[in-house]
Design a protein around this ligand. Structure first.
Ligand code: GDP
Length: 333
């Protein structure tokens, strides 16, 4: 394994080649990736992660590029460094050459303050949320202030990925008509900001009203505001035209307002704690599994599998016995 220290130092200094290499290690679960995450963790916790989710074709990618440009060329503030993680478990087409073409087309190529990475088809879907969380940690340590995480809003895996974010933006487009009711309850609940993109289309206002009505009827999202005495966050519904940039400054403002809200209400801390608790739990599982694997001979595993195949033991019983044998009670203390 490579000595990780010089790589970590290069990433912390903002070296893009080291960053690309490090992200590949992390995504591929190599020992280097794991060592890197350990080395970088103390430098994380500064970035604001923004999730962008919604059905295919509503303009998420276009919106992400428009946001990245807005953060790079603000009218009234210093430019912020932007990392983009494009996550599409279903499509291999967002990766590789096509992604490169789009970055060039959007005028973001060659900007040292923007780093775009496609997470498409890397790893199993189950592990994609975790891989994305770890990639976001690397970008955070590398000094990216804003991390935009784009994902197709379809199922539970995407909800998991969206929940990595401090601020979740749910994007819709007009003309979906009754389909607006197809927004899954899970998606509605995770939204901090709604965007009706393609507002140049005639029925944008209708879609906006439909969303506002849905929100009015939806139960309030669980949050820390009630306990801290802060006001509750009411998700705004914004209109944008991602292709022309109309509405993008207002979206940037809404993201900043939500970030400020997270801080003053204590909700940000609550979400961070929930996320880190889940991460700690995932690592405990992984360490237990590794410890057990190291202590278990393959013959014992084969015998257990044979017993299950013969219906002599249930998988649950066989697993309990395997663990008991590898980790007897006096070892567990
Ligand atoms: P995604 O699948 O949600 O990422 O959507 P894309 O960003 O790939 O956009 C899908 C199509 O919609 C592309 O042809 C975009 O140029 C177009 N598009 C994106 N935003 C707008 C908009 O605000 N107005 C119009 N008319 N078209 C848009």
């Amino acid at each position: 394994m490579n000595d990780i220290t010089p790589w970590a130092q290069r990433i912390l200094r903002g070296d893009r080649r080291a960053l690309a290499r490090g992200l590949s290690w992390v995504e591929n679960h190599t020992p280097e990736g794991r060592a890197l995450l350990r080395a970088l963790f103390p430098h994380t916790g500064r970035a604001h992660r923004v999730g962008i989710t919604g059905p295919p074709g509503v303009g998420k990618s276009t919106l992400v590029y428009a946001l990245a440009r807005a953060y790079r060329q603000p009218s009234d503030a210093t430019p912020r460094k932007v990392g983009v993680l494009a996550v599409d478990p279903s499509s291999p087409f967002t990766g590789g050459a096509l992604l490169g073409d789009r970055i060039r087309m959007q005028g973001l190529a060659g900007d040292p303050g923007v780093f775009i990475r496609s997470m498409a088809s890397r790893g199993a879907v189950g592990g994609l949320a975790r891989a994305t969380a770890q990639a976001a940690q690397v970008l955070d340590a590398a000094g990216y202030d804003i991390i935009l995480i784009e994902t197709v809003g379809a199922g539970q895996a995407e909800v998991d990925i969206a929940q990595l974010a401090h601020t979740v933006i749910v994007v819709q487009a007009p003309g979906l008509g009754d389909d607006i009711q197809a927004i899954k309850a899970g998606i509605l609940e995770i939204a901090d900001i709604f965007v009706v993109n393609k507002a140049d289309r005639p029925d944008a206002a209708v879609t906006r009203r439909a969303l506002e009505e849905m929100l009015r009827l939806a139960p309030a999202r669980e949050n820390a505001a009630t306990t801290s005495g802060a006001e509750a966050w009411v998700p705004p519904v914004l209109l944008t035209i991602a292709t022309s940039g109309e509405g993008i400054p207002e979206l940037v403002q809404a993201i900043d307002a939500h970030r400020a809200y997270l801080k003053r209400s204590g909700e940000g801390q609550r979400r961070d704690a929930a996320r880190l608790r889940a991460e700690l739990e995932a690592w405990v599982r992984e360490h237990l599994w590794e410890t057990w694997r190291a202590r278990t001979r393959s013959e014992a595993w084969d015998a257990a599998l044979a017993a299950v195949l013969a219906r002599d033991q249930s998988p649950d019983e066989a697993a309990a016995e395997l663990v008991r044998r590898a980790c007897p009670p006096h070892h567990q203390a």
